[in-house]
Design a protein around this ligand. Structure first.
Ligand SMILES: Cc1cc2nc3c(=O)[nH]c(=O)nc-3n(C[C@H](O)[C@H](O)[C@H](O)COP(=O)(O)O)c2cc1C
Length: 242
């Protein structure tokens, strides 16, 4: 009979590191995300970052965020859907933390091989996300920006967990949703559908398409300053000779 002891050569799989970013601008008004965050805090392998609590002044610590991401196997974006997208601080976090040469582009491989999971809620019920209803599109139509952001950074985009109609859901529905979410967090990466996902496609961003770096931006700003001061001098010269 075989048993798993400290002397066995079979490696014991290490517990996954999960980094969960929770972005809710008004926790006091939250019915669902509040419960999801509370549940996540109870799962051992999860580090929760409440973005609006960490960065009330929107001054994101990019280095600290990148260090946390580098350690993570799974990155969870959790938020209410606002204007068919994410709350502004979550968007700013993406803008600043997922930088060229780190997260994507030449040398940008820090996130390659990780997984990204969107956990979101909508006010509109599922049937409102339909061509014949007021949200006009199936909800999937709003997912490509999330999916392509993951893929550009070499991450697999896991099937999102969405609770529609969060404002009108019954307590039982919310309870069952929180339970599903907690089970998922606890059982990652052993989700049946992960095996069916296949590898993440590779997206190469050529150096010609790289964003302007800080040095370019500083040079631009110096040039702009010169143009402005020339303009001001010319205007005051014109005023003097008038
Ligand atoms: C500024 C703002 C924009 C919103 N935009 C949408 C939207 O585009 N689609 C939608 O279904 N619900 C929208 N909602 C409703 C929220 O998604 C809903 O209140 C939230 O998911 C409920 O989760 P909570 O109980 O954790 O706050 C919006 C709410 C706010 C405050």
């Amino acid at each position: 009979m075989s048993s798993t002891t400290a002397t066995d050569s079979t490696p014991v799989p290490k517990a996954p590191n999960i980094y969960l970013l929770a972005a809710h601008p008004h926790w006091r008004d939250s019915r669902v995300n509040r419960l999801l965050v509370r549940a996540a805090r109870g799962v051992g392998s999860v580090e929760v970052n409440d973005l609006y609590d960490s960065y009330p002044d929107y001054a994101i610590d990019v280095e600290a965020e990148q260090a946390k991401l580098a350690r993570a196997d799974l990155i969870v974006l959790m938020h209410p859907i606002h204007w068919y997208s994410m709350p502004p601080l979550q968007k700013l976090w993406l803008d600043e933390v997922l930088s060229y040469g780190w997260a994507y582009g030449t040398g940008g491989t820090a996130l390659a091989g990780k997984d990204l999971w969107l956990v979101a809620t909508t006010g509109g019920p599922e049937e409102s996300y339909h061509p014949q209803s007021y949200n006009r599109y199936f909800f999937d139509a709003f997912l490509p920006p999330y999916e392509q952001t993951s893929v550009l950074c070499g991450m697999r985009f896991l099937p999102p967990l969405i609770l529609h109609g969060a404002r009108s859901a019954t307590d039982d529905e919310i309870h069952s949703h929180v339970q599903t979410f907690t089970e998922r967090l606890g059982s990652f990466p052993n989700w049946p559908e992960i095996d069916e996902l296949g590898d993440c496609p590779t997206c190469v961003v050529p150096p010609t398409d790289r964003p302007r770096d800080d040095e370019d931006a500083a040079a631009m700003s110096r040039e702009f300053g010169k143009i402005l001061s020339r303009g001001t001098a010319a205007m005051s010269g014109a005023a003097e000779s008038a």
